[in-house]
Design a protein around this ligand. Structure first.
Ligand code: FE
Ligand code: FE
Ligand code: ZN
Ligand code: FE
Length: 202
């Protein structure tokens, strides 16, 4: 955009550009997620991605509502950021081999997408508030909540299942101690937490 003209002159212009950018991005994600779902073989990962695809379709509708509230027609503008992230994810999937490694690659690529979205919604919320466009803030906040939840879910799937399979026999000390805690005998004396953690809890 704006090869010869600087067409974004106000914060309002910048805000509308960002809205069109995320609208384009969400639509590209809707097109791209089926490929990740297809590549994933871990049942929980597949299910989580399918659920997020349904959420993403809703997010597109919320963005259309935002355009409407702002008195504009929904319109996208090409986002090289998301194009790059999705291209990179597709390239990676073409290169990986094996079930466990593929699942790990899907998770890494999906989390890159979520993090991009999280930055964009954070910015949109801040600019909408600054511009007094409070009516659209809850729509962005709902999308942001879903992106954060999706990111968290991916982390927990990775930590609980996928990574464990890809590092069989080479479990880190941290993971071993997590397991040890989980399988501790019922009624066993709880181990003392470090002082810093105890202070935070009280
Ligand atoms: Fe999204
Ligand atoms: Fe962008
Ligand atoms: Zn742009
Ligand atoms: Fe997302």
């Amino acid at each position: 955009m704006g090869l010869f003209t600087r067409d974004l002159k106000t914060l309002e212009d910048l805000f509308m550009h960002a809205l069109k950018d995320i609208y384009y991005a969400e639509n590209q994600i809707v097109k791209n997620l089926p490929q990740m779902i297809e590549a994933a073989s871990d049942a929980e990962l597949k299910k989580g991605l399918k659920q997020h695809l349904a959420e993403t379709e809703n997010q597109v509708v919320r963005l259309e509502q935002a355009f409407e509230l702002l008195g504009e027609r929904p319109k996208g503008t090409r986002c090289p950021g998301i194009d790059g992230i999705l291209t990179e994810g597709g390239d990676l999937l073409a290169d990986v081999d094996g079930r466990v490694v593929t699942n790990a690659a899907v998770i890494a690529s999906a989390q890159a997408v979520e993090h991009y979205e999280i930055t964009r919604y954070g910015t949109l919320i801040a600019w909408a508030q600054e511009l007094g466009k409070d009516e659209v803030v809850p729509l962005f906040e709902r999308n942001l909540r879903e992106e954060k939840a999706a990111d968290k879910k991916l982390t927990s799937i990775a930590e609980a299942r996928v990574n464990k399979g890809s590092t069989r026999g080479k479990r880190s000390a941290a993971r071993r101690s997590t397991r040890a805690r989980k399988v501790a005998k019922p009624g066993a004396k709880p181990r003392k937490r470090p002082a810093a953690q105890r202070r935070r809890a009280s």
